[in-house]
Ligand binder design. Structure first.
Ligand code: PHE
Length: 335
């Protein structure tokens, strides 16, 4: 028993000599002096010894215990008095905090909004679950319009559906405020399209609405031309192609010269040299009637664009599904 104790003392002290950091010292303390430590076990078993041995072994065990405790105390003090840089191993590599980055769709939304904010429009948002009046009726979309078919819209229940465009927010803004109005509206929209490289059941739009006295089609042209050049570069040309929307009259689709081929014709622009980027037009008087605006006094223009389409063009992404799969190998490219 005495020999065993001497051995324990030697080992413990040798261990302490080698221990350089707090955790190692603590490990030794627990190993010998902890509740199940080697020395503790011996002290606990003293009772079982014949009384002649008990005094001798007990004394030695207690001496060793005190010595070890003093030694540990001493080491801890030494470590604590070292300059901070020596207490931790400053040569170990640090722990790098994970850095996120903006989703490419969010980046494009921010870019679009920033351009229009610089022209004085305010960013507003509206609900994704929408009433029929806002998604259709007040926008002059008749009952027999194909987009009103339950088959072409996600209906939650009667008179509640996932909005199929951001245009309903036009109505919400006009109902709340009198002209002048100048807003830009980013948001998610939903259409039960079969998913493929260019279609998704959910995507993003940015809507614009400007209303005041004497707003004309040339204001629309100037504003959207400015936007196209800011967004796609000064060399980009724009063209306004006649189109139809129930809530604007006249209406147009805005094309930009192809940013891939510069207008010569390529696969991306289907050899036409032009890319369609948004719908636009002068607000239809029927819409003004629906919200109680005086259509003799005020006029305005509206536009709406698909964010993913613009992101795909600008970043050269050829499959819309990549935006929604959460594959970090794809998303980290925008770090
Ligand atoms: N809401 C139309 C769409 O989703 C786009 C648009 C908005 C057209 C505003 C004209 C004016 O296709």
């Amino acid at each position: 028993m005495l020999k065993e104790l001497k051995k324990i003392q030697k080992e413990a002290l040798a261990g302490l000599n080698k221990a350089g950091v707090l955790a190692e010292i603590e490990k030794i303390r627990v190993g010998y002096l902890g509740r199940k430590g080697r020395l503790t076990e011996i002290l606990k078993s003293l009772r079982k010894l014949p009384s002649e041995q008990r005094a001798q072994v007990g004394k030695l065990a207690n001496d060793i215990k005190n010595k070890l405790m003093a030694e540990i105390e001493d080491r801890l003090k030494k470590i604590e008095s070292r300059p901070r840089g020596e207490r931790v191993d400053i040569t170990l590599p640090g722990i790098v905090a994970a850095h996120g980055n903006k989703h490419p769709v969010t980046r494009i939304i921010d870019e679009i909004c920033d351009i229009f904010v610089s022209l004085g429009l305010n960013v507003v948002e509206g609900p994704e679950a929408e009433r029929e009046r806002y998604n259709f009726e007040a926008l002059n979309i008749p009952l027999d319009h194909p987009s009103r078919d339950a088959f072409d819209t996600f209906y939650i229940k009667d008179d509640l559906l996932l909005r199929s465009h951001t245009s309903p927010v036009q109505i919400r803004v006009m109902e709340k405020e009198e002209p002048p109005v100048a807003v830009i509206v980013p948001g998610k929209v939903y259409r039960p399209d079969a998913v493929d490289a260019t279609h998704s059941f959910m995507f993003h739009q940015v809507e614009g609405l400007v209303i005041d006295k004497n707003i004309t089609f040339s204001d629309l042209k100037g504003t959207l031309s400015f936007f196209a050049n800011r967004m796609f570069g000064d060399s980009v040309k724009v063209r306004f192609r006649p189109h139809f929307f129930p809530f604007t009259e006249p209406s147009a689709d805005l094309d930009i010269s192809c940013i891939i081929c510069g207008g010569k014709g390529c696969r991306v622009c289907s050899r036409t040299g032009w890319l369609e980027v948004m719908g636009a037009g002068m607000v239809d008087p029927e819409v003004f009637k629906a919200v109680g605006y005086n259509y003799e006094k005020y006029s305005g223009f509206a536009f709406g664009m698909g964010v993913e389409r613009i992101a795909m063009l600008k970043y050269g992404v050829n499959d819309i599904r990549l935006f929604f799969e959460n594959d970090l190998r794809f998303l980290r490219q925008w770090r």
